[in-house]
Design a protein around this ligand. Structure first.
Ligand SMILES: NC(=O)c1ccc[n+]([C@@H]2O[C@H](COP(=O)([O-])OP(=O)(O)OC[C@H]3O[C@@H](n4cnc5c(N)ncnc54)[C@H](OP(=O)(O)O)[C@@H]3O)[C@@H](O)[C@H]2O)c1
Length: 243
């Protein structure tokens, strides 16, 4: 049975991806800091799914997590998110550090930790959950834009470094997906978070998870380089049609 490691599996796209992969026959290892949530998800999916504590910003925690996983054919780097929506003149370095530590360095730490196992697989695959914010800047988005541009750059470099090996690399770039993303971005302000999705039909986490499932189901010689997915109501981070 093939093993998939999904980070950020306690919520949103990671959680939905873990469900979609398990339904497709993958043994899924679900990682996040909210251990109770990933353990509950593993119980829901049934054996051999596992839920383990993971903080992608903590090298010691990443090492323990990687030790507990014997083999890995697929790594889905979903842990990440945004903090704040402030113009550069008001930029909060702590928010920028959070975004770099999770989206960029978290992806590097997990990829580095699992590459030795992925290269043992006949059909290894890394899927990086980036964003259209990694392609298109928008006012107030500088910190998240910079982190996602960075995560996208490392994804492209990884693809080039692994070209010709059995390990493939895919970047998925969603637009607006209704998850806990905006709640985290706005520090728990539920009405501000809800306003992000008002007047549109946003993507659901399951829509993006279906792309993860499909990419992971491709035969070993097929590499999906990148996929951009938006609701029909959006053609860029600041191009949303609301009713
Ligand atoms: N929602 C969108 O509109 C959207 C669009 C494009 C791209 N994305 C990207 O998709 C990914 C998933 O976001 P989402 O929409 O599913 O948001 P979400 O519902 O807030 O989920 C974020 C996940 O990241 C995990 N996480 C955050 N910090 C972590 C850390 N230090 N260590 C381990 N896990 C950590 C969270 O788990 P714990 O808090 O339990 O650790 C949670 O499971 C992110 O990279 C995000 O940037 C989202």
């Amino acid at each position: 049975m093939r093993t998939a490691v999904v980070t950020g599996a306690s919520s949103g796209i990671g959680q939905a991806s873990a469900r979609a992969l398990a339904a497709d026959g993958w043994q899924v290892v679900c990682g996040a800091r909210r251990t109770a949530r990933v353990e509950a998800l593993a119980r829901e999916l049934g054996p051999p799914a596992r839920g383990l504590f993971l903080d992608v910003t903590d090298q010691a925690a990443v090492d323990v997590f990687a030790e507990l996983v014997e083999c890995c054919d697929l790594l889905v780097n979903c842990a990440g998110g945004a903090k704040g929506l402030t113009r550069i003149e008001q930029a909060d370095p702590a928010e920028w550090e959070w975004m770099f530590a999770t989206n960029v360095l978290g992806t590097v730490r997990l990829t580095k930790a699992f590459l030795p196992k992925l290269t043992q697989s006949p059909a290894g695959l890394v899927i990086n959950m980036v964003s259209i914010a990694g392609h298109y800047p928008y006012a107030g988005g500088a910190g998240y834009n910079a982190a996602k541009f960075g995560q996208r750059a490392l994804s492209a470099v990884l693809h080039r470094e692994l070209a010709g090996t059995p390990v493939r690399v895919t970047e998925i770039d969603p637009g607006l997906v209704e998850t806990e993303f905006s709640l985290v971005r706005f520090n728990g302000d539920a009405s501000r978070a809800a306003a992000v999705y008002q007047g549109i039909e946003p993507l659901r986490a399951q829509d993006v998870a279906e792309a993860v499932r499909w990419v992971a189901a491709q035969p070993a010689h097929v590499n999906i380089d990148s996929l951009t997915i938006t609701t029909r109501d959006q053609i860029g981070p600041d191009r949303v049609t609301r009713v």
